[in-house]
Design a protein around this ligand. Structure first.
Ligand SMILES: NC(=O)c1ccc[n+]([C@@H]2O[C@H](COP(=O)([O-])OP(=O)(O)OC[C@H]3O[C@@H](n4cnc5c(N)ncnc54)[C@H](OP(=O)(O)O)[C@@H]3O)[C@@H](O)[C@H]2O)c1
Length: 225
C-alpha cells in the first residue's frame, strides 16, 4: 500500500459517473465510501461491489473521508460546498462536473459563459481550507468504464489543481481507477477538461488517448482535432 492509499476516499452521487468510478476503484483494490442522498442505493451498490465498498450517509462520508469525489451535477456542487463548508476544511475535493444541460435537440448546451469553466466557478465557492482538483470528468461514462485497466498502454485521465501538495493523492487515485494521470495545470485550465474543451472526449479530443498522444495534445491544443 502506498502512502496516499491510506487516504480515505468517498464518492458522493452514485448514479452514472459515481457508479462507474466506484466499480473502477474497487476493481483496483481501493477502498471507497459510497454516499448518496438515497442510503439504500449506497447499500445496494456496496453489496454489489464487495469488501472494498462501504455505504455511508453523505454527512458521515464527508466527515470520514480525506478525498471526496463529487459525482453530482454542476449546479448541485455549489450547494454541496456551502452545506458542508465547515466539515470540508482540510479535505481534498475532486470535481468531475461539466457545466452542461440537455438541449431540446438531444444534445447538450453549456449553461455558463463561453469562456467560463465549472472548475473555476467551483473554486470560487470553495470553503476556506479545502483543496480542489478537477478530475474524472474528461471521459464519458462508457469510456470511463471500458478504458479502465486498458493494456498494453493505459488511457490517460487529465487533471488540474492549483494545489501541488495534493497531486500525489490525485494521481494515486487515478492510477487505482485504472488510468494514467496527466497534470494539465492549475484550475484556470479547467475549461480544457470540460465538455467542449480540447482535452475532453466530448470536445476536440474525441476519444481516449495514451500518454504520448496526450502529452502532445496537451502542449499543442490545435492538434486535438
Ligand atoms: N455521465 C457522463 O458520461 C459524465 C462524464 C463526465 C462527467 N460527468 C459529470 O459527472 C457528474 C454526475 O453525472 P452523472 O451522469 O453521473 O449524473 P446522474 O447519473 O444524473 O447522477 C447525478 C447524481 O448526483 C446526485 N445529486 C444531485 N444533487 C445532489 C445533491 N444536492 N447532493 C448530493 N447528491 C446529489 C444524484 O443523487 P440522487 O441519486 O439522490 O438523485 C445522482 O446520484 C456531472 O457533474 C456530470 O457533468 C458525467
Amino acid at each position: 500500500m502506498s502512502q496516499t492509499q491510506e487516504l480515505n476516499v468517498a464518492i458522493i452521487g452514485l448514479r452514472v459517473i459515481g457508479r462507474t468510478l466506484a466499480i473502477n476503484l474497487t476493481k483496483g483494490f481501493r477502498t471507497v465510501m459510497l454516499a448518496s442522498r438515497d442510503y439504500t442505493a449506497a447499500q445496494n451498490l456496496a453489496n454489489e461491489l464487495g469488501k472494498f465498498a462501504q455505504p455511508k450517509e453523505i454527512s458521515a462520508a464527508v466527515k470520514e473521508a480525506d478525498i471526496i469525489v463529487l459525482a453530482i451535477w454542476f449546479d448541485a456542487v455549489g450547494e454541496f460546498l456551502q452545506q458542508y463548508a465547515t466539515q470540508l476544511k482540510g479535505k481534498i475535493i475532486i470535481d468531475s462536473s461539466n457545466p452542461i444541460a440537455p438541449d431540446p435537440k438531444g444534445g447538450f448546451i453549456k449553461i455558463i459563459g463561453e469562456t467560463e469553466s465549472a472548475g473555476q466557478i467551483n473554486a470560487s465557492l470553495l470553503p476556506k481550507g479545502a483543496k480542489l482538483a478537477k478530475a474524472f470528468g474528461t471521459l464519458g461514462a462508457a469510456s470511463l468504464a471500458q478504458a479502465s485497466g486498458q493494456t498494453p498502454e493505459q488511457a490517460v485521465l487529465f487533471y488540474a489543481t492549483d494545489d501541488h501538495s495534493i497531486q500525489p493523492a490525485i494521481e494515486e487515485l487515478i492510477i487505482d481507477a485504472g488510468f494514467e494521470p496527466l497534470y494539465v495545470g492549475g484550475l484556470d485550465q479547467s475549461i480544457r477538461l470540460e465538455v467542449f474543451g480540447d482535452l475532453h472526449e466530448f470536445g476536440a479530443l474525441g476519444k481516449t488517448v495514451h500518454l504520448e498522444e496526450a502529452k502532445e495534445k496537451l502542449l499543442n491544443p490545435d492538434l486535438a482535432k
